[in-house]
Ligand binder design. Sequence first.
Ligand SMILES: Cc1cc2nc3c(=O)[nH]c(=O)nc-3n(C[C@H](O)[C@H](O)[C@H](O)COP(=O)(O)OP(=O)(O)OC[C@H]3O[C@@H](n4cnc5c(N)ncnc54)[C@H](O)[C@@H]3O)c2cc1C
Ligand code: SF4
Length: 489
Amino acid sequence: MADRMAFLTTARAERERRDAQERLGDWREVYRPGALLPVVGGQAGRCMDCGLPFCHSACPLGNLVPEWNRLVADADWRAAAARLLATNNFPEFTGRLCPAPCESACVLAIDGAAVTIKNVELAITDRAWEQGWDLPQPPERADGRRVAVVGSGPAGLAAAQQLTRAGYATTVYERADRPGGLLRYGIPPFRLEKHRLDRRLDQMRAEGTAFRTGVCVGRDVAAGELRAGCDALVVAVGAAACRELPVPGRGLSGVHQAIDYLTWANRVDEGDLAAPSVSAEGRHVVIVGGGDTAADCLGTALRQGAASVTQLDINPRPPAGRAPGQPWPVHPKVYRETTSHEEAGAAEAGPRVFAATTVGFQPGPDGRLAAVGFAEAEPADRSPRAGTERSIPAELVLLALGFTGPEPDQGLITQLGLATGPDGALARDDGFATDAPGVFVAGDAGRGQSLIVWAIAEGRAAAAAVDRYLRGDTELPAPIGASARALTL
Ligand SMILES: Cc1cc2nc3c(=O)[nH]c(=O)nc-3n(C[C@H](O)[C@H](O)[C@H](O)COP(=O)(O)OP(=O)(O)OC[C@H]3O[C@@H](n4cnc5c(N)ncnc54)[C@H](O)[C@@H]3O)c2cc1C
Ligand code: SF4
């Protein structure tokens, strides 16, 4: 039996990353293979098994964190996998990509270092796949009714897997050529190798979920016809409308939306393109933005061999620790260095400039982008502070400013008669139902730009709502309501 007092004797330890220079030479995941298992048993043993586990309530999926921590500490991996898979369809994605609000809410984090919950989650799922414990779960009985899911990001996939396992004949419609949503063409392979996504999709096919790719619902198939041909429909189309930067020079050749750039790079990785349509190779690159998408552009540009990469973040540099307004157990805004930033440091690629507002893009003699003008941002309204303007050379600018909501309608929204809220998100009640009978909305499409863990939670909850709509009752788990939000003050 593991030491129940390990939180007093064992320090937090992360798994080892590969050397940053080595990482820059390939597109494989940044962590050293095999580095997790040797440390994770001792780390799971640091869990205090609190009477009121805030980690569990900070996880939108309600992952049973203390339970699986204890099972891992006692080396009962099989039971740990069963507990994890009871609440999370895709722990191999969250274990790699979740920002882990659970760790911010860990009681040990009040005055010390949280349990490495995300790493324990990852170790469990990786082991479950290796050992063949995460097997297809085809339904025991077919219900006979049909459900269509539009969109194959984590929300659509989670909804589809739950509904197929519950016995519905479920078909996922995806306008891209491969399923996966942002997991496929947004997030780069150095953070999620795509064979992990393919393996999960194979499992879903083996359970009975059907996929129809290359079909844009509302354009290639009339949404009304689709709805008429099924018993319920889940809309999980994401929030892919990019925020714009309407400054002088925006139209210059060389200024691109980050998501287009990342998609091209991912398509090279998939073998669809021999070279990306736009590459950073040999170019001075400026990334405008400060979130996950910006960091993914940074790692991608470095691997493509950029001459320099400067990141302009309009927000001031966050504090190193919790600010007074963000006490435990809130997931705080603190300074974080991603693996891409670590690589930028190793490559001496260029600065990360905070409180910088972009004022314009300047052309060279050939009419193409040659420089970016920016200034210090006034704290009150982010306007340029007079006298601080300067410009730096740039041959490629990537706009990573976030997303404003679902893309302009290609037919789906009007054909189904869906309403949108003031923020552009698709309207639904707290049970994920729209005003159109039998039509439900899940994921970023309804929540706005969010996270994978929320998308999976939404997909699971929307599946429960569909089941209740069709059967009058449900035993499927609904971890959140549509209005649930992360803990803030
Ligand atoms: C670059 C980047 C990095 C990110 N990194 C992280 C991270 O590290 N951690 C994290 O938690 N979150 C991250 N996110 C956010 C996360 O990826 C999203 O919150 C999540 O993917 C949303 O899931 P979804 O299923 O709602 O939508 P999406 O993943 O956007 O999927 C929607 C799907 O619907 C399809 N679709 C749209 N319209 C139609 C139509 N009419 N017919 C058929 N199909 C349609 C789209 O093609 C798409 O495949 C990142 C986002 C980006 C852009
Ligand atoms: S899914 Fe995210 S929040 Fe939930 S336990 Fe895993 S890392 Fe923590």
